[in-house]
Write a protein that binds this ligand. Sequence first.
Ligand code: HEC
Ligand code: HEC
Ligand code: HEC
Ligand code: HEC
Ligand code: HEC
Length: 172
Amino acid sequence: MKLTKSKSWIILFIGLLLIVVSVTVIARNDEVKQPIAFNHKKHVDNNVPCNFCHRLYETTRAAGIPSVKVCITCHEDVLYVTPEKAKIQTYYREGKDIPWRRIYQAPDHVFFSHRLHIQKGQVECKQCHGEVKTRITPFTQQTVPLKMKYCISCHEGVESIDNPYECIRCHH
Ligand code: HEC
Ligand code: HEC
Ligand code: HEC
Ligand code: HEC
Ligand code: HEC
């Protein structure tokens, strides 16, 4: 078969498109890897409250990721070590913090406050982060995607917010 010039261009174009699409798909599947197989359920079932580890949400904008020193208060014990728990002791001994990868992170141009939502607004963690109590694997993606649309759709139902679309509320 003899291809005309325009047909070869079309084939080349389709070929390039396929490459771009597959690269995008691969990049999206490249999920975040966390350094330790952290299990929220096991800790919550052992009555460790959220604020034992996330110490800031009642008083500041942030919730806070626990430092290795918080982990070592319970995992100093060298009996019953498993490979995952041994990693905590190694980081601690080497004076390093555990390099957790952040999953929820608002861009710099967005103002968000945990204290305001939790103390004043009485919003539950799971409304923005999904059911954490039953998680057995660490976070690798946002369970509830915290997009602008989602923030606004909740604010539409909040009585104390008169104009939920006002940009400067969230963008300073
Ligand atoms: C207040 C006490 C406490 C703190 C603080 C704590 N843990 Fe635990 N952790 C436990 C208990 C209780 C268990 C369940 C019994 C066990 O396996 O030791 C556990 C189990 C684990 C396990 C084993 C889980 C499994 O699936 O077998 C890992 C890994 C772990 N914790 C990591 C951490 C990390 C990382 C931190 C710091 C971010 C931390 N823990 C902070 C009490 C704690
Ligand atoms: C109204 C939505 C909302 C609620 C409710 C909420 N969060 Fe968040 N959370 C966010 C957003 C948005 C971020 C990203 C914040 C940023 O980058 O400044 C975040 C980030 C975090 C982080 C990452 C560390 C940090 O300090 O930013 C943790 C941990 C966290 N939240 C825990 C909690 C816990 C625990 C609760 C309940 C006590 C809770 N969140 C309730 C929206 C929420
Ligand atoms: C023993 C300590 C501990 C307790 C208790 C704990 N967390 Fe966490 N949390 C962590 C650690 C460590 C991470 C980072 C690893 C991961 O993603 O699982 C984390 C991650 C998170 C994140 C994602 C943060 C981000 O953006 O990367 C959210 C949301 C969160 N926790 C909410 C909660 C809620 C809600 C509770 C109570 C139901 C809770 N946590 C109890 C230690 C704890
Ligand atoms: C599930 C419901 C819910 C979601 C989701 C939510 N909010 Fe809110 N937000 C509230 C409530 C309730 C208040 C009111 C607190 C009060 O009583 O002042 C509030 C108040 C605020 C305020 C202060 C409003 C003012 O002008 O006084 C800001 C800023 C804000 N939210 C930002 C955000 C951002 C950014 C997001 C998304 C990342 C978000 N919120 C997601 C429920 C929500
Ligand atoms: C309730 C809080 C809230 C309000 C009100 C709000 N935004 Fe946003 N906006 C966000 C959050 C959170 C993000 C980051 C997450 C995302 O990209 O959806 C964002 C992102 C953006 C972005 C960047 C989008 C991108 O793709 O990078 C622009 C532009 C923007 N907002 C413009 C506006 C304008 C214009 C208004 C007023 C008409 C407005 N926002 C009102 C919370 C809000």
